[in-house]
Structure formats: structure tokens, C-alpha cells
Design a protein around this ligand. Structure first.
Ligand code: SIN
Length: 325
């Protein structure tokens, strides 16, 4: 039987509230051991080693937590007796953690993240079944080399593209226009697509981190004041714009971006529109200071820009990273 390391970080999957109810609960309350005990069928598919790394609402997950988590997994996967890793996580920031790990883990072993939309104390809590399927995915031979995956509601998503698309329903995730990597039926795995973007062992960012450069996000809207950009530039080395349409913004923002770029701030243009792709745009960015985020959301572009800035401040080099990752 394969051995899977479960790393618990908290979230609704470890949440508790009024017995049977789904609202007014606290995320990150119960220990991972208790969750595992509630799913005896796990013992039929894997030997488990569990680690309670954090027990927080995922909105508390930040760069420091991502580094601790990534470094811990990079350490665990060096152990030949560990065949795969499952991370339990709050759903709110699962997409950011998944992309960070997808870029920084130096392993082909399966790494699967899961969570729940209903707390552990709810009637028909979804966490135990998601965790069971995440473990079943992590022991599956086909899951090797796929990059970090998110398993939710019978569906396998890629860590690069997964995003939370519903803040209420159990089936809360999607993968933009790219569908999903596959489905599961109980513990059976059905893959039918792959990501062509670099990850894990092919990622230049795979490795151990201590700190990361600061990157902020500025949301553009009709009439948005450009002073937010000056404000962010005071303590960030990079700024991602969540622009309109093709990552667009006003002339005032363009002038400010050009000015701050000359001072060394690196800008990326993502879009507040959920679907599509942001290309280089010579009309909105004639000096080509702003790097197109490709199909990454602003929050994912921020992750890549933090890692990119840890390697280079050369705009042409970072543009290449945004094409490759
Ligand atoms: C969280 O992200 O920790 C709270 C919400 C959830 O897990 O669904």
C-alpha cells in the first residue's frame, strides 16, 4: 500500500458550527486526525502520515505560510517512503496556494489539494468525501508528473488554472475555459487533459525560499484614482493591474505606470474579466512597460510576479516567464 502525507492547513474542511447547520461556523477548528478518523475507508487505499502545519481560515494564508508549506512538502517528497502528498486547505485561497506550489515544488510525486464548502459539523459535509478522493488521486500512478492538482466535487483541476467560481455551492471550482484535468468516480480516476504550462520539476522556481519580493494588486474601475499606484509603489517591487477588458486602464493610469516603471516598479496587466487572455497591447501600453498576464487571473499573476522578481527585474525575461508558466 502506498503512503500519503496529509498536510492540514485549516479551512472549512476543519470548520465547526451548530450541529447539522452549514452557516455561521468557524473555519480551521478541528484537528486533521479527527477528520481522518471520520473516513475509515481511507485505510483501504493508503497508509497515512498526517501533519497539522496550520489550522487557519485560508484568508490568513500569506507568502510566509506558502513558503513554510512549500518548503515542508519539498522536504517530505525527498523521503522515499512518501508516495504522494495531500493538502487540506480553505477554499477561499486554494487557487493561490495551488499555483504557488505548482511553481515551487521540485517533485513529480502527486500533490493534491482539497477542502470543503460545508463545515465538518454540517449534515452532508463535503470535506470527508473530497479528502477520500484526494487521497485516491494521490495514490494513482497516472497522477505522477501532472503538477499540483486540486480535487473538488469529483473533479480534478490543474493548480495553474483552478479558480473558485461559486462562493455558495458545493461545486465551487472551475478551470476557466480549459474544462478540467479529469473526473473521479469514488476512487477511480479518469484523466482526459493536461496543462502545457511548465510546473514542478520543469519550473525554474522550484526550490526552497526564505522571503519573496512584495507584489500588490490594483483594481481598475471607471474613474479609478491613479494615486493607488503611487501608494502601492511605496512598499512593493511589483504591481499587477486587474484591468478592464484586455487588461486595460485609463490614460492617467498609463502615464503613472510609465512614470513608476522608470523608477523600477515592474507592472503586469491581468484582467478583471474572468475568461479570455490578455495579450501585449501597443495601444494601451505603447512603451511596453506592462507585462501581459496571459490567462492568469490577477491573484495568480501576482504569485508568478513574486517568484519572477526573485530571479530577475528584466522586463523581457519576466515576459518570457509569463508565456511559459
Ligand atoms: C477558508 O477559505 O478557509 C474559508 C472558506 C472555505 O474553506 O470554504
Amino acid at each position: 500500500m502506498k503512503t500519503i502525507a496529509i498536510i492540514a492547513t485549516g479551512g472549512t474542511i476543519a470548520g465547526t458550527g451548530e450541529n447539522g447547520k452549514t452557516v455561521a461556523y468557524h473555519a480551521g477548528e478541528i484537528d486533521v486526525g479527527q477528520i481522518i478518523q471520520s473516513i475509515p475507508i481511507i485505510n483501504d487505499i493508503a497508509d497515512i502520515q498526517s501533519y497539522q502545519l496550520f489550522n487557519v481560515d485560508s484568508n490568513e494564508m500569506d507568502e510566509k505560510c506558502w513558503i513554510i508549506l512549500s518548503n515542508k512538502i519539498n522536504e517530505l517528497v525527498m523521503d522515499n517512503s512518501i508516495d504522494g502528498v495531500v493538502v487540506t486547505h480553505g477554499t477561499d485561497l486554494i487557487e493561490e496556494t495551488a499555483y504557488f506550489l505548482n511553481l515551487t515544488l521540485n517533485t513529480s510525486k502527486p500533490v493534491v489539494i482539497t477542502g470543503a464548502m460545508r463545515p465538518a459539523t454540517a449534515t452532508s459535509a463535503d470535506g470527508p468525501y473530497n479528502l477520500y478522493q484526494a487521497i485516491a488521486l494521490a495514490v494513482n500512478d497516472e497522477a505522477r508528473g501532472k503538477g499540483v492538482m486540486v480535487l473538488f466535487s469529483n473533479t480534478i483541476y490543474s493548480g495553474r488554472d483552478v479558480q473558485k467560481v461559486n462562493n455558495y455551492k458545493i461545486d465551487a471550482f472551475d478551470q476557466k475555459s480549459f474544462g478540467c484535468l479529469g473526473y473521479m468516480q469514488d476512487n477511480d480516476v479518469y484523466f482526459f487533459s493536461n496543462t502545457f504550462k511548465k510546473h514542478t520539476v520543469h519550473s525554474i522556481f522550484a526550490g526552497i525560499y526564505q522571503t519573496l519580493p512584495q507584489v500588490g494588486i490594483a483594481y481598475f474601475y471607471g474613474g479609478a484614482d491613479e494615486s493607488i499606484l503611487y501608494q502601492l509603489a511605496k512598499n512593493h517591487q511589483g504591481i499587477v493591474i486587474a484591468g478592464s477588458g484586455n487588461g486595460n486602464y485609463s490614460q492617467k493610469w498609463l502615464e503613472t505606470i510609465n512614470e513608476l516603471s522608470k523608477q523600477g516598479i515592474v507592472f503586469v496587466r491581468a484582467s478583471r474579466v474572468p475568461l479570455g487572455i490578455v495579450f501585449d497591447d501597443h495601444i494601451f501600453d505603447p512603451l511596453e512597460h506592462c507585462i501581459a498576464a496571459n490567462t492568469l487571473s490577477a491573484q495568480k499573476a501576482r504569485i508568478l510576479l513574486m517568484l519572477a522578481l526573485s530571479k530577475s527585474y528584466e522586463v523581457s525575461q519576466i515576459k518570457e516567464f509569463f508565456r511559459e508558466y
